[in-house]
Design a protein around this ligand. Structure first.
Ligand code: HEM
Length: 124
């Protein structure tokens, strides 16, 4: 089922991000391993592709479903804060703050996905 696959890939994406964050904190040279550089791109592309396929299959669009628009925004924010954490943050404190920010977005994404009710756009 498309939805189960989507959820599995989402979990792998977050685990992979957490693993790379831990390696960054540890200053590990494992970060330069080829599979660790390639896998996140494949996983995240799959996640996005499956999400789009799922929304087409279920006829959900962000213009009519506010929670879905909010989820897309939260996914964008998760990708950006993740990029910040692993690439832009210049010291440990910035990396930790970036990671906490990214995980906060993941929590919102999961909440939105399950409840299908917008949190911040409600009432608009
Ligand atoms: C970190 C990223 C993501 C996470 C953690 C995530 C998580 C989830 C979860 C847990 C569900 C199942 C909800 C349920 O129990 O019914 C779900 C469903 C869904 N997701 Fe995602 N998702 C992510 C990204 C995306 C993206 C990028 C898209 C679209 C481009 C998307 C589109 C959908 C759709 C259409 C559903 C089905 C909603 C329904 O059953 O009505 N997701 N997601």
């Amino acid at each position: 089922m498309l939805k189960n696959l989507h959820m599995t890939i989402a979990v792998i994406s977050v685990l992979l991000f957490t693993f790379r964050f831990a390696l960054t904190l540890a200053n590990s040279n494992k970060l330069t391993l080829k599979w660790l550089k390639i896998a996140p791109h494949i996983i995240d592309t799959l996640l996005l592709g499956l999400g789009v396929a799922l929304s087409v299959q279920l006829a959900i669009n962000p213009v009519e479903q506010l929670w879905f628009a909010e989820k897309l925004f939260a996914v964008f924010a998760y990708i950006f804060t993740g990029y910040y954490t692993l690439k832009l943050a210049r010291n440990r404190a910035m990396q930790i703050i970036g990671f906490l920010g990214a995980i906060g977005w993941v929590m919102l994404i999961v909440r939105l996905a399950i409840s299908k009710e917008s949190v911040f756009l409600a009432g608009l």
